[in-house]
Design a protein around this ligand. Sequence first.
Ligand code: ADP
Ligand code: MG
Length: 278
Amino acid sequence: MERDMRAASAPPGESPAVAGPPPRVRVVGVSKTYPTPDGGSARVIENVDLTLAEGEFLAIVGPSGCGKSTLLRLISGLVPVSDGRIVVAGEEVIAPPPRVGFMFQRDTLLPWASVSANIAVALELNGTPAAERPARIAALLKLLGLERYADYRPSALSGGMRQRAALGRLLAYGPELYLMDEPFGALDAMTKMILGRELLRIWSQDAKSVVFVTHDIEEAVGLSDRVVVMEGPPGRIKSEYRIDLPRPRDFREVRLLPEFRDVCERIWRDIGRHAEAE
Ligand code: ADP
Ligand code: MG
């Protein structure tokens, strides 16, 4: 009961102080402990509080191993919390909640199925009637510039094309909450720029709630409304930055603004040792 009360009223500074829809995600006092090979245990996430507003684009940055992916997995319900609670769309997470979509650094496309068939699976999963699927697939392929690759299997595509297809499948599923774990992390700089730009363009048309994990500060600032900096292990939230850059934004051009450089610089300094190594 006490926990319920805590969850119902967001602590100050955690969520935008505006009246509106309830938050999409609420992480309250969450910790995660994993067993270690020597029979002991390791604290991987420690006492994390985080609120994601409806329609907010949140980026999580932090050094490798600080617990970003673990936090995302806890929100996804794929991994249970050790302490605390996570509420998605008003329901406590005990298993993967409905209408949540994932995207990872390496695509998880079905290798034996064509791009179209991979997208079709997502449409089937979300209950799109069979008669409507071909038009929806065609629209998504067009949106992502994949028309010519509809019948290709993932192994015949470049890394960038595969991530486009994975994004197409995610959009086809139509989640209310996007959980993205370094989805562009394995791509070259140019492809990353193009896909980041497309993601922002798509998001600006239909703003869904997004948690986007990355170790790329410029990517985080370019995309998001708020950047949370993690440190660890054990993973904790170190600080957060509201990104007041104009919307809609062009993922590349926004980098030319002095405010963009300024906030990136502040985050670099905050993360510390990386900036010093430059
Ligand atoms: P990040 O995504 O920030 O690089 P991770 O969340 O992947 O960090 O990992 C954070 C810490 O949790 C690491 O020390 C890692 O070894 C540990 N960890 C992650 N998953 C497991 C697991 N399934 N079992 C044990 N330890 C894990
Ligand atoms: Mg990770």
